[in-house]
Design a protein around this ligand. Structure first.
Ligand code: IMP
Length: 177
C-alpha cells in the first residue's frame, strides 16, 4: 500500500487490470452464444467499462445511462437521471456496469428503470461492492472485482465531489476515514 498525505492506495493499476481480465473471461464464458448490451453507468463506471468491454470476446453492443445520488461521501438517496438511455433496451440482454454498489439504492433504481423499459434480462457487474452497506432487498451483484467494508474510495473513475477520477489506481481518502 503506497500513500500520500491525502490518500492511501488500496488496489494498484496492475491489480485492477488482472481482475478486469478475469471478469471479462467469466462474462465471455457465461454469455456464450449471446450478444449482450453493456450498459455503462456514468460517470463513475466509465474507466472500468472501457477496460472491461475490451476483455469480453462476444459480439456486444454499448449503451450509456447517467444517474447521480452522492454528495461528498454520502448517498443522498435522491436519485436523478443525468443522462437518459442513449438507445432502447427493449428485448435485450443487458449487463449493467457499475463502479460501486454501496447502499444499493442506485442499482435498485437502475434495475426498475430497465424493467420498465422492457429489457429481456438484466445482470450486474460492479468494480466494487460494499455488501455490509446494502439497504435494499432483492438486488443481485452478479460479478464484482473487489469487496470493501465501509471505506470511501476514489480513483479509476470514482470521485470525491468530482475530483480524483483520473487516478489509475483505487485509493482510500485518509482525511475522511
Ligand atoms: P448506492 O446507491 O449507495 O449504492 O451508491 C452508488 C453510487 O454512489 C456509486 O455509483 C458511486 O457513484 C457512489 N459511491 C458509493 N460509494 C462510493 C465511494 O466509496 N467512493 C465514491 N463514490 C461512491
Amino acid at each position: 500500500m503506497s500513500s500520500t498525505s491525502q490518500f492511501s492506495t488500496l488496489y494498484s493499476a496492475e491489480q485492477i487490470q488482472k481482475k478486469v481480465k478475469d471478469l471479462g473471461a467469466k462474462i465471455t464464458k457465461d454469455f456464450k452464444g449471446k450478444a449482450p448490451e453493456m450498459l455503462c453507468i456514468l460517470k463513475g463506471a466509465s474507466f472500468f467499462y472501457a477496460d472491461l468491454i475490451r476483455e469480453i470476446n462476444l459480439p456486444l453492443s454499448c449503451n450509456f445511462f447517467g444517474i447521480s445520488s452522492y454528495s461528498g461521501t454520502k448517498s443522498t438517496g435522491n436519485i436523478k437521471i443525468t443522462l437518459d438511455l442513449i438507445s432502447s433496451v427493449k428485448d435485450k440482454d443487458i449487463i449493467v456496469v457499475e463502479d460501486i454498489v454501496d447502499t444499493g439504492l442506485s442499482l435498485e433504481f437502475i434495475i426498475d428503470y430497465l424493467k420498465s423499459k422492457k429489457a429481456k434480462s438484466i445482470k450486474v457487474v460492479s468494480l466494487l461492492y460494499k455488501p455490509g452497506q446494502i439497504k435494499v432487498k432483492n438486488i443481485n451483484v452478479d460479478y464484482y472485482a473487489f469487496e470493501l467494508t465501509n471505506q470511501f474510495v476514489i480513483g479509476y473513475g470514482l470521485d470525491y465531489n468530482e475530483a480524483w477520477r483520473e487516478l489509475p489506481f483505487i485509493a482510500q481518502m485518509n482525511s475522511l476515514n
